[in-house]
Structures are given as structure tokens and as C-alpha cells.
Design a protein around this ligand. Structure first.
Ligand SMILES: Nc1ncnc2c1ncn2[C@@H]1O[C@H](COP(=O)(O)OP(=O)(O)OP(=O)(O)O)[C@@H](O)[C@H]1O
Ligand SMILES: [Mg+2]
Length: 364
């Protein structure tokens, strides 16, 4: 309390000023005109890692300060606040005794008393806020990427259906009309072959459009969309699929239905790729204040503590991200030989909107 002593707080009981100095959570460092620490409160000891004894009279402020920072530049010493009378708010990087560096919000004021000129620097640890801000930004970007991908799929799916699909259909009608003319048998047979090729191309375009984003998801909702996906899936992979529903069969917000559909799709694709499963069961349960989705297979299972990634490894991560963005959770239960269960929970409002969402990261 050396410096505060200069202010005349000499009584046995600490003055209000001393109590503030001792108890505030912001670090207060008093720097003399040689840039050496002249006083430090307990919060300054916590922030820097040095004790007051180690700091006072020994540590040069530049040993603690790693420069000023702004949103554009990395921390630097350009335009140092130390030369100024008062800098009400700036960001600084602090170096601790053990060599760690982290951001602090700072302010500085120059004071003069009978012993000379002092610079009072107040520091507030911002590492937690910065971590939270980075997390929030990352969530916002993830949401943006997911939405952009979904919008693009919707657009391409519609273009395929309305553009290429309609054009192929017109060709098919034209071929049929031409084939009704009085033509040689060999030409007629050739036209029939072309008609079949056109029908196959039309089917393929239709399947591609559905695979990208089924219009049933927007028009009819999650259940009809996943029902027809399961049928196609069973035919393609020869895996029996069961769909069980409990509770109301209401519609949910588009973001919720899309998330459920994509999570279900990824879980089923994983089962087909890695599990060697005979059966996949999809269970949708509406509990009023939340919707729960389980996708279970009876395949080989895997060790969830030691996942051996066989593809790009983004599927399970993507499931979690989609659920987290809507305030929900994903749990994965699996062990070798025991099959796999992916369980998703999304808390909902009465209207089927996600209940807990950060408005800054949730765009629709
Ligand atoms: N149902 C399952 N049965 C057995 N193993 C599984 C199952 N689901 C996932 N796995 C294992 O977990 C790993 C990670 O799955 P994840 O979906 O995250 O990534 P991926 O499928 O490898 O790649 P991506 O989904 O990005 O194409 C898989 O590679 C696989 O080894
Ligand atoms: Mg996968």
C-alpha cells in the first residue's frame, strides 16, 4: 500500500480508498516516471502472476505489457499510452510471470502528487469474454454455412426439377408424338430406345433433386420426408428400416425439420457405411416441450472414446453443431458389437420453434 500511503491513508483501519484498492477485481498498477511498478493491488498479483513484493520497485511495466492491440493490428508498442495524460479505454496484452499472454481491457490516467508523476493503469482480464465472443462468432458462421448450403441445395434441386426435368419431359412427349407417325419399323424401334433412355435420365434427375433436398420436407414436413427417404434407403442398401412415432405429429419450424432430417440422414448413412446393420429404427417422440429423435442400428457399433474416422470425420460433428444451434443436444451411444444409437433432443415452444436460441446466431 506504498503509494496509497502517500495519499494520507495512514490510520490502522483501512480507509475506503484502501479497501477499494485491495478488493476490486480489476488490477491496479501504479507506475513511476521510470516505468517501474510503484504499487500493485491483489488483483494485479492475480493477473500478472507476480507477487506485490516481486512487482514493486523491481518490474518494469514493459515486462508486463506486450503492447496495445486493436481490432485490426496485433499488439504493438506504436503510440504507447504511457506517454499520454489519459487513455480511457484500450486493449492490451499482458505477459504473466510464467510467460503466458492474454488480452486485457485497460485504461490509464496520469496523476501527480508530492513524490512525482505516476501512471495508474487499470486492467481487466478479457480472456473469458474473448473466448465467448470467438465461440459466438464460430456458431454464427456455422449457422451461416449450414443455411447457405441448405438454400443452395434447395435452389439446385428446384432448378433440376423445373429446368432439366421439364426439358427431358418435353423431349419424351416429342419422341412419343414422332413415334406415332408413319415410320419404318427400325426407326420406330430406335425411337423407343431413345424414349427409354430419356425416362431413365428423367428418373435420375428426379432422384438427384430429391437427394439434394426433397420438396416433401418443406411441403409436408419431417415425417413424410423421412418416410420416403427410408423407403429409398432400404431399397438401395438392403437394410430394413422402421419408423416409429410417439406423441403429436405436428409440424416444426423449418430449421428444426431440416436439422432432424439431415441428422437422421447422416446417422443412417453411417449405419450403411460402417455398421453392417440389418435393421435401422428411427423413433420420433414429441413430448410437447421438446422433440426427441433416435436413430438406432443393430450393427457392429464402435468405441465412442476412440473413434476411428474412416471418412472425412465431419458427420458426427455436423450433427452436434446442427442440434447446438437450435439449443439442442446429441448423444451417441455405441460400443463394439452393441449397435449404435444417436439420440437428439431439441427443446421447443408451443409453435414448434426452437426454445433456446441465441438470436444473433439464429437467422430463421
Ligand atoms: N453407426 C455406426 N456404426 C459403426 N461405426 C460408426 C457409426 N457411425 C459412425 N461410426 C464411426 O465413427 C466415425 C466418424 O463418423 P462421422 O460420421 O463423424 O465421419 P465419417 O462418416 O467418417 O465421415 P463423413 O461423415 O464426414 O463422411 C466413422 O468413420 C466410423 O468409424
Ligand atoms: Mg459420416
Amino acid at each position: 500500500m506504498a503509494w496509497l500511503g502517500n495519499l494520507g491513508t495512514t490510520s490502522e483501519t483501512p480507509s475506503l480508498l484502501e479497501s477499494i484498492f485491495k478488493n476490486v477485481t480489476d488490477a491496479i498498477l501504479v507506475i513511476d516516471d521510470q516505468s517501474i511498478v510503484a504499487d500493485a493491488n491483489p488483483a494485479a498479483e492475480t493477473i500478472t502472476g507476480w507477487s506485490a513484493q516481486e512487482l514493486i520497485g523491481k518490474i518494469h511495466f514493459c515486462d508486463i505489457c506486450r503492447g496495445m492491440a486493436n481490432c485490426i493490428d496485433e499488439a504493438s508498442c506504436v503510440d504507447c499510452f504511457e506517454k499520454k495524460l489519459q487513455v480511457p479505454s484500450f486493449e492490451m496484452r499482458v505477459r504473466t510471470k510464467d510467460g503466458r499472454e492474454y488480452p486485457v481491457a485497460a485504461s490509464s490516467t496520469r496523476l501527480t502528487d508530492r513524490d512525482g508523476n505516476f501512471l495508474v493503469v487499470i486492467l481487466r482480464d478479457m480472456s473469458e469474454q474473448q473466448r465467448m465472443e470467438q465461440e459466438r462468432f464460430q456458431r454464427m458462421m456455422t449457422n451461416y454455412v449450414i443455411q447457405a448450403q441448405e438454400d443452395e441445395r434447395k435452389r439446385v434441386s428446384r432448378d433440376l426439377h423445373d429446368g432439366v426435368g421439364q426439358a427431358l419431359y418435353s423431349i419424351l412427349v416429342g419422341l412419343k408424338v414422332v413415334n406415332q407417325l408413319d415410320l419404318e419399323e427400325s426407326v420406330k424401334n430406335h425411337l423407343i430406345d431413345v424414349q427409354h433412355m430419356t425416362i431413365r435420365a428423367l428418373e435420375e434427375v428426379k432422384n438427384m433433386a430429391i437427394e439434394l433436398r426433397p420438396s416433401a420436407l418443406d411441403d409436408l414436413g419431417f415425417l413424410p420426408a423421412i418416410r420416403s427417404y427410408s423407403k429409398r434407403f432400404a431399397q438401395t442398401f438392403g437394410i430394413e428400416t422402421r419408423l416409429e412415432t410417439f406423441g403429436s405429429k405436428r409440424r416444426y419450424a423449418s430449421v428444426v425439420e431440416t436439422a432432424l432430417y439431415r441428422i437422421c440422414q447422416e446417422a443412417m448413412t453411417n449405419s450403411a457405411k460402417y455398421a453392417d446393420a440389418d435393421t435401422i429404427t428411427i423413433r420420433l417422440e414429441d413430448l410437447g416441450d421438446q422433440v426427441e429423435l433416435s436413430v438406432m442400428d443393430d450393427g457392429s457399433g464402435f468405441d465412442t472414446n476412440e473413434i476411428r474416422v474412416q471418412g472425412t470425420g465431419l458427420g458426427l460433428y455436423g450433427m452436434r453443431e446442427r442440434a447446438h444451434l437450435l439449443g439442442g443436444t446429441v448423444s451417441i451411444q455405441s460400443s463394439p458389437g452393441e449397435g449404435t444409437r444417436i439420440h437428439v433432443t431439441i427443446p421447443l415452444t408451443e409453435k414448434g420453434e426452437p426454445l433456446h436460441v441465441d438470436p444473433s446466431t439464429y437467422s430463421r
